[in-house]
Design a protein around this ligand. Structure first.
Ligand code: AMP
Ligand code: ZN
Length: 133
């Protein structure tokens, strides 16, 4: 088994568990961006959310909430950034779906989601909307 997060699920690699149920595991990120930085994975291997079977998606989403509640109770941050690096182009380094929960504190110097990228489409939003119509 080569996937590092599958190896964590299989207990071949240790982790600092934050929350666990039969479908999902949340553990402290080994290179935390903030105190309590946690990642939540589905126990089945899925590279991205697009690969995760619908039958697993609801349970994983609920586990994200449960892990968020747990980090909130223990760390008491002022807020969170919660998100996915979804695909290599978006910075995903570990190819097993994982949601980051990053606790945020007033005046911690960090930015918002809006600081990740600024490369808007050359198409106005009204034109992009037509693609979805
Ligand atoms: P990314 O794929 O860029 O969304 O990030 C992968 C995250 O997994 C990074 O923040 C790593 O620090 C974290 N990570 C990698 N290996 C481990 C591990 N063995 N235990 C905990 N976190 C890990
Ligand atoms: Zn995996």
């Amino acid at each position: 088994m080569t996937c590092i997060f599958c190896r964590i699920v299989a207990k071949e690699i240790p982790n600092y568990t934050v929350y666990e149920d039969s479908h999902a595991l949340a553990f402290l990120d080994i290179q935390p961006l903030a105190q309590g930085h946690t990642v939540i994975i589905p126990k089945v291997h899925a590279g991205t959310l697009l690969d995760l079977p619908d039958s697993e998606a609801a349970a994983w989403s609920l586990a994200v909430k449960r892990a968020l509640e747990r980090v909130d109770q223990i760390i008491h941050p002022d807020g969170f950034n919660v998100g996915l690096n979804h695909g290599e182009a978006a910075g995903q380094a570990v190819a097993h779906l994982h949601m980051h929960i990053i606790p945020r504190f007033r005046a911690d110097g960090g930015g918002s989601m809006h600081s990740i990228i600024e490369a808007p489409s050359h198409l106005p939003v009204e034109e992009v909307a037509k693609l979805f119509a």
